[in-house]
Design a protein around this ligand. Sequence first.
Ligand code: THU
Length: 130
Amino acid sequence: MDGSDSLIQAARRAREHAVATFSGFKVGAALETAAGVVITGCNVENATYGLTICAERVAMFKALSEGHRAFTRIAIVANTDDPTASCGACRQILWEFGGDLEIVLANLSELKGTHRLKDLLPLPFDARLL
Ligand code: THU
């Protein structure tokens, strides 16, 4: 995989739709289902700031709402030299609904790294503990 991977390209296109009115920090995500369907998301900010939702959660909630339940990878794109890794809230949601996803981090031109979600969220809390 390199920076031209089609999942990364999908995340770059999704990023163009970001509603980053307050931060100016646009993020795109592209979530791949086990069946190979790609569901995208972008961050959406609003005037209260606190109701902001990240690109990753938009993608996951869109996918779940469309009936998808099994996932393999998610690509996350921001316009940064250092990789933009998901925030804690997104790691939790991705773990609960996606399991040990491959996390593909990229910017507008390059692949910046791949990770397993279990390495980004060690010792997770999830429904198995309830
Ligand atoms: N953001 C994401 O959408 N995903 C990330 O992985 C990091 C942060 C968004 C939230 C907010 O709209 C903006 O980036 C700045 O934090």
